[in-house]
Design a protein around this ligand. Structure first.
Ligand code: BGC
Length: 367
């Protein structure tokens, strides 16, 4: 080999080694399988039965397509785990170069993701952490513990728990036991409320105080309604019965079930308990306008989608995606570097500025 050619080759090898050490690898897509000349990204969402995941899916698709990718988007039936696993498998064999996955059951993807790892396909866990898999490269979500503390602190301030003598009656409703987020939502809320429960200022007359007792399979509205009807009957809550001061609900789909049960039991806006939620789903925003749900936590899915697109772009360039948390989320194989967006409280007075003026909803959507 001529001296000059040898030099060029050595420089080339050094450049590749440098890129690997700085960026964690050369561009993933350098020799990537392409579709219509575009790199394929697999996006797997859990269900279409809840508004937020439809928005997440369409935001992701639109933003990834605008960035020049080919998007293979699927929803896992109605929270059907085997369907989601099969869809992910098809994405892997179909040539996806990055997988973005919001898991139905955070612990059910270990096997299928071994195939992603074998093919060096990076996996971004979207909103919900995927557990027990070393194939997960990054996690993008909201600060889920803060979601819980916002709900707990809201109840604390509305009942004036720091100074009022009490006692007050509260009931607790959280979400799907197989969703890792529940540990953070419930944990965050309890970090504020449990001291009051322990001191007796807050009473939980149903006696259902643990996360397992408060759980709602699949975050189902029907399940939370059924459970809450039983609680109303057994405790004898009612506008003219035992006073119910607050219900901690981890999200809007469960809050809607509790609302149905309370309305059926005769509660109106004049005596409705303080009810929390999360997502600012349209039915809940309407209930806030009607004065029956007190608050929801807004997580702008457009922001989350844009952070994930930034992660995908970074991986495409062979650089490391930006993260802002490297301590909180251990999925059982180690800490997963995370980007956490900021959740905020929305009360009826904030609907116009936060949800309408920002273009998230049109006024007609929530009338
Ligand atoms: C999400 C919430 C959502 C819930 C039910 C959670 O993992 O973070 O925004 O309400 O799932 O779909």
């Amino acid at each position: 080999m001529k001296k000059a050619a040898k030099f060029t080759k050595i420089v080339g090898i050094l450049a590749v080694l440098f890129a690997m050490s700085v960026g964690g690898g050369v561009s993933l897509f350098a020799n990537g399988q392409k579709d219509d000349g575009k790199v394929k990204i697999g996006v797997s969402m859990p269900t279409q039965s809840l508004q937020r995941w439809n928005q997440d899916g369409s935001n992701m698709k639109a933003q990834l397509e605008a960035a020049g990718y080919n998007v293979d988007l699927h929803y896992g039936g109605d929270n059907d785990i085997p369907t989601q696993v099969a869809q992910i498998e098809n994405m892997i064999t179909g040539g996806a170069k990055v997988l973005v996955i919001a898991a139905i059951d955070g612990s059910a993807l270990t096997e299928v993701l071994k195939q992603a790892k074998e093919k060096n396909i990076p996996v971004i866990a979207y909103d919900r952490l995927i557990m027990n898999s070393d194939a997960v490269s990054y996690y993008a979500s909201f600060d889920n513990f803060k979601v819980g503390t916002l709900q707990g602190s809201y109840i604390e301030s509305r009942l004036n728990l720091k100074t009022a003598p009490g006692p007050f009656n509260i009931e607790l409703v959280t979400g799907a036991p197989d969703d890792n987020n529940v540990n953070f939502f419930f944990g965050g809320a309890m970090s504020v409320l449990k001291p009051y429960i322990d001191s007796g200022k807050l009473k939980v007359p149903s006696g259902q105080t643990t996360q397992a007792q408060a759980a709602t399979p699949n975050w189902s509205t029907e399940e939370s309604q059924r459970r809450f009807e039983n609680i109303i009957t057994s405790v004898k809550y009612g506008p003219r019965g035992v006073k119910l001061d607050a219900v901690l609900c981890s999200n809007d789909s469960t809050a809607n079930g509790v609302t149905n049960a309370l309305v059926n039991a005769g509660y109106t806006r004049d005596n409705f308990p303080i009810l929390t939620g999360q997502d600012c789903d349209k039915p809940s925003v309407k209930n806030m306008n009607a004065g029956i749900q007190a608050m929801s936590v807004f997580k702008d899915t457009r922001t989350l989608a844009s952070k994930v697109v930034e992660m995908v772009n970074a991986l495409a360039k062979g650089t490391k995606p930006t993260v802002n948390d490297t301590t909180t989320y251990n999925n059982g194989t180690g800490i997963i570097p995370s980007f956490l967006c900021d959740p905020i409280i929305v009360e009826p007075k904030d609907i116009q500025t936060v949800l309408i003026d920002s273009g998230y909803y049109k006024a007609a959507d929530i009338q």
